[in-house]
Design a protein around this ligand. Structure first.
Ligand code: PEP
Ligand code: MG
Length: 895
């Protein structure tokens, strides 16, 4: 027996989506559960694939099965295909397993010709309706099946509309439509060299062939390539009995969602048109009415439709997007599928449906994309305002979307200006070639950051994400002239003080202001509730990277369970401290250095006290100084220029002497590869004074806070360890300081000593390192840099983004953790470390800690927590819960 290529609707169900396509399976399922669906059948996706395998021929037996299915349709409807007295008409549509623009859309009214047309006129008692149906069919068949240019059809129609009083489609008389039909048929012949097919079976054969053909059409292929969908899925063809929404005032057609797709509110939402066919709604020829109007126009139909909507939602346990037609007072369902929705609606619907008992909490958690959480929390541009700006040519450039959110403000071209304006209360966007720690004071006062260079882990990006500020980085089309205080982009020159807008979610930069929409976390009741469900099931802890008490406060508000990384050096850059730090670095004797360290001690102690108070009861990981010291000093190039100028002018010997001294120190500290140089624990070993001071500050702060009644849990973290001896040495030195402080204060503090694992060698020798570490924190920024051998500061602007664009790499490894390489370092490090010390606490604190796929990987390898910037804590909470829910679902499926 020949293979089965055709399924009557009654033979299918929702589980057959791959074979029948989404539309076919959806129709079959609606019919199965007893909803009013016009009779029909589906030609399978396998038939489409076989069609391609045989070089464009229907597979053996398929056409015979189609003919048999048509006979069955005739039986079910009591009509005849091509019967002039009682004609059966059908619609033909494509339908792949996922909804896919770019394929063939619908051909309606197939089966009409000069004969059947008369039957339709007689049956409906409406000749005009029949001719209108015929002209629509010729138009659609020509365009969609035979790819005839549609414009002349419209021109012919317009010609006739001009002759009418109302100038609308609906004003065309029967005689006019008859003439139009003749002109359409002539045009078809002129274009194709053939007569328009009058045999309904020939019409059907061509239409099915055209659906198969559209699967490999350019738009469809491009769409699949873009969305990484396979080309061998094939499309199904749905042949369904026509029902007419344009048979008078008791007919109509519409599209509706079971809930509001913008807000998630539980009410029918949609539009319909009375006395119209589906294409009229889509084409926008007439303005549709709100679905609520149907309640007045056809109360019984509305009631029935509302019940169907409820039933479908209950059946599919998700919000549905439905198409329907009313033919002379009878409701027909034509399609149902899960409805697309905004972030706010996704969250509200998931939470509401859980309360309604429709879905479980775990399902609710899987219904929301972590990125949607982000969208909801960050300020975003009003779409209409953004579209308007684009239309007006105000889109200046597109850079890397380095930190999401949106902001408008006055462009400030240096950090001092940004700070000054910010303090005056002006909204500011800091615009820099790139940023460095010297710019932090300006960044703190800015609403957003725009840079010409740098990537996703550039200083600008990392700091912006930490502060929850939007950042567009690596905007190479931007040319910034810091001297003349102006910049050019998109062929325009803007001056400092001009207003610009940046969208860190998309990377767009606009001239002028764009309206923004803001929402507060605690006001997002549904989101807050959803995240408490996430906390109930997730296994990973979620901590925050926070350097200041105000970051820590925000982190707690967002649900962080501790601080996973406090980068202490950021405190050194504050304006009141930097001069002391610089003097400490420039000190020529130990004594002198000690003097400045003693000045820094109370300041650091104060910083830590602030953080401990906010994090009362929760763990706080404080990392000792990490960056190379030259970052605290002026740049070598700038100093060289300054000294040369001072020498030439010869008018300020005192300043010259001071600058020369600074230049000599900076020159001595210069390194070809500072990221691989004197930084991290190496600095602590070579210059122990700084780290000793920091540890003293930490423990003094811990003692003071404990005395106040604060519950302190501090974890001291040593950065950039590559050999166990480094850690051994550091720990001995620093633990002695800790003990000494506790003795002095006569107090015991709960603490741990641990290390960052951010160099491959450290991961590989984690068993040795764990001898001296009670906890590990993977610094995946450095680990990615060192595992790939790619400089995190330079690569993104130079080649990395191109690598991602050309798919040489599947994603930017500084954003999405590379599971195959860097991920293995994490896995090995964790396994080996825990072998030595089973109680070892292991987490990550690189930028990946707030990225959903990376969070899932951390769950899979059994880490204890992830740590990320405060604003990403809600995302990480959801992602950590989804990892558990997905794992459970997979186990359930595999059993
Ligand atoms: C890291 O390397 O992942 C890390 C958190 O440290 P930093 O980014 O400060 O080098
Ligand atoms: Mg690091």
């Amino acid at each position: 027996m020949a293979k089965k290529w055709v399924y009557m609707m009654a033979e299918g169900d929702a589980s057959m989506r791959n074979l029948l396509g989404g539309k076919g399976a959806g129709l079959a399922e609606m019919a199965r559960i007893g909803l009013p669906v016009p009779p029909g059948f589906t030609v399978t996706t396998e038939a489409c694939n076989a069609y391609y395998e045989s070089g464009g021929k229907f597979p053996e037996g398929m056409w015979e099965q189609v003919l048999a299915a048509m006979k069955e349709l005739e039986r079910q409807t009591g009509k005849g295909f091509g019967d002039p007295n009682n004609p059966l008409l059908v619609s033909v549509r494509s339908g792949a397993r996922v909804s896919m623009p770019g394929m063939m859309d619908t051909v309606l009214n197939l089966g009409l010709n000069e004969e059947t047309l008369k039957g339709l006129a007689k049956l409906t008692g409406n000749e005009r309706f029949a001719y209108d149906a015929y002209r629509r069919f010729i138009q659609m068949f020509s365009r969609i099946v035979r790819h005839v240019d549609p414009a002349p059809f419209e021109r012919i129609l317009d010609e006739y509309k001009e002759k009418t009083a109302g100038k609308q489609d609906t004003d065309l008389t029967t005689d006019m439509l008859k003439e139009i039909v003749q002109k359409f048929l002539a045009y078809f012949k002129e274009q194709t060299g053939e007569d328009f097919p009058t045999d309904p079976y020939e019409q059907l054969r061509q239409a099915i062939g055209a659906v198969f053909g559209s699967w490999m059409g350019k738009r469809a292929v491009d769409y699949r390539n873009f969305h990484k969908l396979p080309h061998d899925w094939g499309t199904a063809v749905n042949v369904v009995t026509m029902v007419f929404g344009n048979m008078g005032e008791d007919s109509g057609t519409g599209v509706a969602f079971t809930r509001d797709p913008a807000t998630g509110e539980n009410r029918l939402y949609g539009e319909y048109l009375q006395n119209a066919q589906g294409e009229d709604v889509v084409a926008g020829i007439r303005t549709p009415k709100k679905i609520s109007q149907l309640q007045q126009d056809m109360p019984e139909i509305y009631q029935q439709f509302a019940e169907v909507a409820k039933l479908l939602e209950k059946h599919y346990r998700d919000m549905q997007d439905m198409e329907f037609t009313v033919e002379r007072g009878k409701l027909w369902m034509l399609q149902t599928r899960a409805g697309k929705r905004t972030a706010a609606a996704a969250i509200k619907i998931a939470v509401d449906m859980t309360h309604e008992g429709l879905i479980t909490k775990e399902e609710a958690l899987l219904r929301v994309e972590p990125d949607q959480v982000n969208q909801l929390l960050l300020p975003r541009f009003d779409q209409a305002s953004k579209d308007e700006a684009t239309k007006q040519g105000r889109l200046l450039a597109k850079g890397l979307n380095a930190s999401p959110g949106a902001a408008s403000g006055f462009a400030a071209l240096d950090a001092d200006t940004a700070e000054a304006w910010g303090l005056e209360g002006k909204p500011v966007i800091l615009v820099r070639p790139e940023t460095s720690p010297d710019d932090v004071h300006g960044m703190l006062r800015a609403r957003g950051i725009l840079t010409q260079h740098g990537g996703a882990t550039s200083h600008a990006a990392v700091v912006a994400r930490g502060l929850g500020l939007p950042c567009v980085a690596g905007t190479e089309a931007l040319r910034i002239d810091t001297e003349r205080k102006q910049f050019t982009a998109g062929g325009k020159t803007l001056k400092e003080g001009d207003v610009i807008s940046i969208d860190g979610t998309t990377g767009e930069v606009f001239e002028g202001k764009i309206a923004t929409i803001e929402t507060k976390f605690t006001e997002q009741k549904d989101l807050v509730e959803l995240l408490t469900w996430a906390d109930e099931i997730k296994k990973l802890g979620v901590r925050a990277n926070a350097d200041y008490p105000r970051d820590a406060e925000r982190a707690r508000e967002f649900g962080a369970q501790g601080i996973g990384l406090c980068r202490t050096e950021h405190m050194f850059f504050e304006e009141d401290r930097l001069p002391i730090v610089q003097k400490m670095i420039l000190a020529e004797t130990d004594e002198e250095r000690e003097k400045y360290l003693a000045q820094l001690l109370p300041v650091q102690r104060g910083d830590f006290e602030g953080i401990f108070r906010v994090m009362d009861g929760l763990p706080v990981i404080i990392r000792l100084i990490d960056p190379p010291l030259h970052e605290f000093l002026p740049s070598y190039e700038e100093l060289l220029v300054k000294v040369t100028e001072l020498r030439c002018r010869g008018d300020n010997p005192a300043e010259l002497a001071e600058s020369e001294k600074m230049l000599a120190t900076v020159r001595a500290m210069r390194e070809a590869n500072p990221m691989l140089g004197l930084r991290g624990c190496r600095l602590g070993i070579i210059m122990p004074g700084i780290t000793k001071m920091q540890v003293r500050a930490i423990f003094e702060a811990a003692c003071n806070c404990t005395r106040e009644g604060v519950d302190v849990h501090v974890e001291v973290m040593i950065p950039l360890v590559s050999h166990v001896n480094e850690l051994h040495l550091m720990r001995d030195t620093l633990e002695a300081v800790a003990k000494q402080v506790m003795e002095e204060q006569n107090m015991k503090v709960d603490y741990m000593f641990g290390t960052m694992i951010e160099i491959p060698r450290a991961a590989l020798t984690a068993d040795q390192i764990a001898e001296y570490a009670e906890f590990f924190s993977f610094g995946t920024n450095d680990m990615t840099q060192m595992t790939f051998g790619i400089s995190r500061d330079d690569a993104e602007g130079k080649f990395l983004l191109k690598y991602v664009e050309d798919k040489i790499l599947p994603a930017n490894p500084f954003q999405v953790l590379d599971r195959d390489g860097v991920g293995q370092m994490l896995r090995i490090g964790t396994e080996r470390g825990r072998k030595t010390r089973p109680t070892l606490e292991v987490g990550i604190c690189g930028e990946h800690g707030g990225e959903p796929s990376s969070v899932e990987f951390c769950h899979m390898i059994g880490l204890d927590y992830v740590s990320c910037s405060p604003f990403r804590v809600p995302i990480a909470r959801l992602a950590a819960a989804q990892a558990v829910a997905r794992e459970k679902a997979k186990v359930a499926k595999d059993v």
